[in-house]
Design a protein around this ligand. Structure first.
Ligand code: HEM
Length: 444
């Protein structure tokens, strides 16, 4: 391949081992990187290929977009990687050392402890909470559409219902009065996480900058929610009819080999609130966008509610809420024939892998039927892969498909304009300005 000769090192002795943009070019793109990172990543991938090295001296930073490369990082080399990355360090300002951000040593026993809470009965119990949430949403929308149709922000509706389901299924509490408070605190806290990641000059949390103060306020609102969840459970801890051992029972169990500290319990509850609802809501919001702009697929779903699983899987392919997954390498490894030295930052982007024509035919098209034989082994990682695979995957797929099937069957949901909805690639993919849609009741 001809082209400008690459420097051999980017400074701090960082060797150049893969193609990538030149330093000046990347610097000139800084604005678009910050404003629209998805488009920037796509451009870099198109221009330089499946393994790209950015001109960053420390840490050496790579973008991996091939199906095999993603598997190599997340599955085959999982023991040679860690979650000590800027992405997870910033997230832990909100979630502490919960399951999502914990590094290998702290993570392994915690995953072993929490995995049993995701048993079949709990997944079945989630089904009950989805039904409760949908009845409530039907009632709200019926009020709004008494005289015909109404405009609602479907993103807001998906955030609320997903939070209610998470809190009901994992912690056995109804949080009716606190839904808006908790969803807005989650969004504000995550906004702070991303703002910090995007600003190399951002100051530590202890310094009272306006951004830090806002983030601290959001975190203390989440802490308050944790307190009220625990108080609700403690007040009826002895009730004999508690049907199954849920997540909160596990976290509060005083008979654990090593009972969790107050801080550890708080970190897990916040982790599950954050990881368990914003992701599902983001997936559903984009699923609606895809259905609205593909009316024949909306019709298919209305006629065959069972196809909701395929719609949800395909929406997660095109709009994976976790659009980047990061790791730090603990030793030298090789990915797709390229050497990646120890201590590098590796970015695997499901957004790109899911658009890679090595794994997908017509990758840009919305075709739920492509999942009728199940998801492929390679090239599909909305829930990650390997040992750190999402613990809530089955719960999320159940929730997502039930909500899509029910609302499509009972409500006509249409666009209010033809403009593409701009994406904010934050911790998850968020629609800028929400996603207003027109709703009207279909025959009961
Ligand atoms: C569509 C919805 C969801 C998506 C797209 C999603 C995505 C992901 C991804 C990509 C990871 C792996 C991150 C990595 O490897 O660095 C992950 C991990 C995790 N997710 Fe989810 N998730 C979803 C729903 C949920 C739900 C419903 C829960 C909880 C009930 C949850 C809790 C977690 C936790 C605790 C982890 C960390 C697991 C571990 O490292 O052991 N997620 N999720």
């Amino acid at each position: 391949m001809s082209g400008p000769k690459l420097p051999k090192r980017y400074g701090w002795n960082t060797p150049v081992t893969a193609p990538g943009p030149a330093g000046g070019k990347m610097l000139r793109s800084l604005n678009s990187i910050l404003k629209d990172p998805l488009t920037y990543l796509e451009q870099v991938w198109q221009e330089h290929g499946d393994v790209v090295q950015f001109p960053i001296p420390k840490p050496a930073t790579y973008l991996i977009s091939s199906p095999e490369g993603a598997r190599e990082i997340l599955v085959n080399q999982s023991k040679q990687t860690s979650k000590q990355t800027l992405q997870y360090n910033n997230l832990s300002l909100v979630t502490g050392e919960g399951l999502l951000t914990a590094d290998t040593q702290a993570w392994r026993p915690r995953r072993r402890m929490l995995q049993p809470a995701f048993h079949q009965e709990m997944i079945a119990l989630s089904e009950h909470h989805v039904t409760v949430g949908l009845t409530k949403l039907d009632n709200q929308w019926e009020e709004l559409t008494q005289t015909g149709s109404a405009i609602v922000d479907i993103d807001h509706a998906m955030m609320s219902i997903a939070l209610e389901i998470t809190c009901g299924a994992l912690f056995g509490v109804a949080i009716d009065d606190e839904v808006d408070e908790i969803t807005s605190a989650t969004l504000a806290a995550l906004h702070g996480v991303v703002a910090k990641a995007r600003n190399p000059l951002s100051l530590p949390m202890a310094i009272p900058t306006p951004g830090n103060l806002k983030m601290r306020r959001a975190i203390s609102r989440l802490d308050k929610a944790v307190d009220s969840i625990i108080a609700a459970r403690r007040s009826n801890l002895l009730l004999p009819e508690a049907p199954i051992r849920d997540m909160l029972d596990v976290l509060l169990d005083p008979d654990l080999e090593i009972p969790l500290t107050k801080q550890q319990i708080r970190d897990e509850i916040v982790t599950f609130i954050v990881a368990g609802h914003e992701t599902v809501a983001s997936a559903l919001t984009w699923a609606w966008q895809l259905l609205i702009t593909n009316p024949s697929e909306m019709q298919k779903l209305q006629l065959d509610p069972d196809s909701a699983k395929l719609v949800f899987d395909e929406s997660l392919r095109l709009y994976p809420p976790a659009w980047i997954i990061t790791r730090r390498t603990l030793s030298d490894i090789t990915v797709d024939g390229f050497e990646i030295p120890a201590n590098s930052l590796v970015i695997v982007s499901p957004w790109l892998v899911h658009r890679n024509s090595k794994a997908w035919e017509s990758p840009d098209e919305f075709q739920p039927d492509r999942f009728s034989e199940g998801a492929p082994q390679l090239g599909y990682l909305p829930f990650g892969a390997g040992s750190r695979l999402c613990i809530g995957k089955e719960m999320a797929r159940l929730e997502g498909s039930m909500i899509l099937a029910h609302l499509a069957k009972n409500w006509q949901i249409t666009a209010i304009h033809n403009e593409p909805v701009p994406i904010d690639a934050s911790v998850t993919l968020r629609p800028i300005g929400g996603m207003p849609v027109r709703i009207s009741r279909l025959v009961k």
